[in-house]
Write a protein that binds this ligand. Structure first.
Ligand code: 3H9
Length: 745
């Protein structure tokens, strides 16, 4: 009879004693190296953990009354793997988990891993060393080392292929995906842990005295494939293609390949060699920095002293989205996926019907990707998703996201209306990529509940949510928007209010340099190539063609930089005394809006086509343009392309930090990695700057600004100069060199 007590280990222990067939020796497992998911969980040193595990195993082996060992976690979690912080400490680098995993496997007594919650990285490798693995139906397992620039370094690359075969092991190890491996048998409801244990234990331990040899994974051969060589070479091509210059996936591949070619012990040696290459690589440091940066930005603060510690989010039971253009459609889809009931509103029935069709199409596609998706999302149910043209329907929503196009007058009109109609507690969010949050908030009677939520396209896919507080935005409103980001499975980053906020503001000088480089002699494909070789998913011109050149054109017309409002006599290549390139405007005047028109910086097979081909028309247009403006064409090398684009972006980042728009360099890095395709293995622009060296960046900016004195984006930031003068301090100290936070709000 199962005697249920409070703790999981106790339940298990009692169960086995009652059965009177076997005794358990429970190794108290989750200490240091095994980090649990909750912040309150204990972190103890790797040394203590490994020693405890080794001592426990030896004691169990020596004690004749112990018949079996079970390794489990506490508080519903097995293990999240090695302490990632430990990898940067040279002292801790030498400590090896692999030999302990081998020790587990060599044990003469059956060792069982009882997995609940997560078993990740080193945690799963421990489980692979056990003779049996039992798992809760909801347990999640994976080897995510690749995502922090490493490979499973405790023999996991050698044991996993022996357990699940090469294709599945390669997939797991080279992508780091976390899987729910246990599928409940047909007709079995998902049961609580004690039931599952009982179920599995019977089959594992009976009959007692089963030989352990066949249970030791290191002794098993790697399952053969009829076409292993061909399979591996195809897999390598795929891995390389998806890596975008990141080293870890390819080395993960090499380690698994070693398992297919060499005996276990040699494979382990190869794994170690490759692990050490990665461990000391800058990429691992960058990826581990990114892991912690993503968590650090959750702990937001503002220059006025508001912070995550004191602010509580309000629950969002129902939301509304205004405008069903590209952004609105994605936002509605995101909310439905997060199971938040949504009202979707458009200005008239024609737009509403178009929007409804598009949203349904996106949701059908998302549902197909999900297991039991359609039922779970239930988006045909009007209580979950309602379409309307009537603002009155918004009376009972807790939060509204306005996503109409970037027009201040229109946005203000909508906010004025919302302020009258929505219930007093409702939060009003504006999805804008640049407009002034304070001005939008001024149209309402509740500016404290107005906030910017800048989604990235496609909004149901992109992870970034830039959250912009205005002058009057309350801490509760910020906390609620951050909570919304979490519920939508996005990374929320809180920033201050300025034109373009943090992300786009840094993007302006980058995009500007890219166009200036064309004026001076380069070509779109040359610039894109350099940026993509650096690791960006897509270069600035391919990006511009994808997003549509008309978007920026409309904005520049609105700012009076081009079009009918441009004062007559304005020089073609100058605005407000600074260099300006009319090239993008000229392309638009020629009807070249990018992919949607089949022509932009590139040519496409047809309107809406995706394959960019260099366009001879554009090349001759560029040379005519240079002739007209008497620009001497020169060869521009890769170094100059990279430096002018990236260093001007970084330079703007320093200004943003100095102004208190972002509260730390990690914020800018998280924004760039999650919203702008910055290669994660380079840690984000500010981290990259720290690896290049601030003095070098400053020297280069000085050189380029001397050559282009009319380009403000190349004038080195005062904050950058200060940091260089202070001796190039490490990134985590940068903010301490700002005498006081100076918010421009
Ligand atoms: C490895 O195992 C190498 C092996 O091959 C052995 C080689 C010899 N280390 O994410 P959360 C912290 S490599 C240090 O917000 P969630 C995290 O920073 C490792 N800290 O919670 C945060 O701290 P704070 C392979 C860690 O519930 C707090 O815990 N393993 C670690 O959304 C809560 O985290 C991985 O890559 C860690 N390993 O998600 C797993 N894990 O509160 C990485 C967490 O101060 N971890 N923290 O900000 C994860 O994927 C998620 O954290 C997890 C929980 C799914 C576990």
């Amino acid at each position: 009879k199962l005697h249920v007590q409070s703790g999981y280990t106790v339940i298990f222990f009692k169960y086995l004693i009652c059965k009177n067939t076997i005794y358990t020796f429970i190794v108290p497992f989750l200490i240091s190296m095994l980090i649990l998911c909750q912040p309150h969980l204990l972190l103890v040193s790797v040394e203590i953990f490994l020693q405890a595990l080794e001592d426990g195993l030896k004691r169990a082996d020596a004690d004749p009354s112990v018949k079996a060992v079970m390794i489990c976690g506490e508080n519903g979690k097995f293990s999240a793997g090695a302490d990632i912080k430990g990898f940067s400490s040279p002292k801790r680098r030498g400590i090896a988990l692999g030999p302990i995993v081998s020790l587990i496997e060599r044990s003469e007594k059956p060792v069982v891993a009882a997995i609940e919650g997560v078993a990740l990285g080193g945690g799963l490798e421990v489980a692979l060393g056990c003779h049996y693995r039992i798992a809760h139906v909801k347990a999640r397992m994976g080897l995510p080392e690749v995502t922090i620039g490493l490979l499973p370094g405790a023999e996991g690359t050698q044991r996993l292929p022996r357990l699940v075969g090469v294709p599945a092991a390669l997939d797991m190890i080279t992508t780091g995906k976390v899987l729910c491996l246990v599928i409940p048998p047909k007709g079995v409801k998902i049961c609580s842990l004690p039931d599952v244990d009982a179920l599995f234990c019977n089959s594992i331990f009976l009959p007692p005295g089963q030989p352990l040899g066949p249970r030791r994974l290191s002794l098993k051969p790697v399952p053969k494939l009829p076409n292993m060589e061909a399979f591996l070479s195809e897999a390598l091509v795929k891995v390389k293609k998806q890596a975008h210059g990141c080293l870890a996936p390819e080395l993960c591949f090499q380690a698994v390949k070693a398992a297919t070619e060499q005996p276990f012990a040699d494979g382990v040696r190869r794994e170690q060699e490759l692990f050490n290459v990665l461990l000391t690589s800058g990429q691992a440091q960058a990826l581990q920095y990114a892991f912690f940066a993503e968590r650090a930005v959750q702990k937001w603060t503002t220059p006025s002293g508001a912070s995550w510690k004191s602010a509580s989010p309000q629950p969002i039971h129902k939301a509304a989205v205004i405008g069903l253009g590209t952004m609105g459609r994605g936002i509605v889809t995101s909310l439905v996926k997060a199971k938040i009931p949504v009202v979707a509103l458009e200005q008239d029935l024609e737009y509403l019907n178009m929007g409804r069709k598009a949203v349904m199409f996106l949701l059908e596609r998302e549902a197909m990707k999900m297991e039991q998706g359609a039922q779970t999302l239930d988006f045909h149910n009007p209580a979950r998703l309602q379409f309307t043209v009537d603002f009155d329907v918004l009376r009972d929503v807790d939060l509204v996201i306005e996503a109409v196009f970037e027009n201040m007058a229109l946005k203000k009109e909508i906010f004025h209306k919302l302020s009258r109609i929505c219930k007093p507690g409702a939060f009003l969010c504006t999805n804008t990529s640049a407009l002034n949050i304070n001005e939008i908030a001024s149209a309402t009677s509740r500016p404290q509940q107005v906030i910017g939520t800048h989604f990235f396209s496609p909004a149901h896919v992109m992870k970034l949510l830039e959250i912009i507080y205005g002058h009057h935005t309350s801490p509760t409103t910020i906390a609620t928007a951050m909570q919304l980001a979490k519920v939508l499975k996005k990374v929320g980053v809180v920033v201050g209010n300025c034109f373009g906020f943090a992300g786009n503001r840094m993007m302006f000088p980058y995009a500007q340099q890219a166009v200036f480089l064309l004026e001076e002699g380069s070509r779109p494909e040359a610039v894109d190539q350099v940026i993509e070789d650096f690791g960006f998913r897509i270069g600035p011109f391919r990006m511009s063609d994808l997003a549509g050149l008309d978007v920026g054109w409309r904005s520049r017309k609105g700012q009076g930089l081009t079009g009918p409002s441009l004062p007559p006599g304005t020089p073609a290549r100058q605005r407000h005394g600074h260099r300006y390139s009319p090239l993008p405007d000229l392309l638009c005047e020629n009807g070249r809006f990018g992919q949607k028109t089949g022509k932009g910086w590139y040519q496409y097979e047809k309107a809406g086509g995706r394959t960019a081909k260099p366009d001879p028309w554009l090349h001759s247009f560029l040379s005519q343009y240079r002739d007209t403006h008497r620009i001497k064409t020169r060869f521009i090398d890769q170094e100059e392309i990279l430096e002018r684009c990236l260093f001007s972006l970084i330079n703007e980042g320093f200004d943003i930090l100095a102004e208190g728009i972002a509260s730390g360099p990690e914020h800018l890095d998280v924004i760039y990695i999650n919203g702008y395709g910055w290669p994660k293995h380079r840690g984000g622009p500010m981290f990259y700057a720290s690896t290049v060296g601030l003095s070098r960046i400053l020297a280069k900016l000085q050189k380029y600004s001397e050559a282009h004195p009319d380009v403000p984006g190349l004038q080195p930031s005062a904050f950058l100069k200060k940091l260089v003068a202070m001796g190039n301090p490490p990134l985590k100290e940068w903010m301490s060199y700002l005498s006081r936070p100076n918010n421009k709000l």
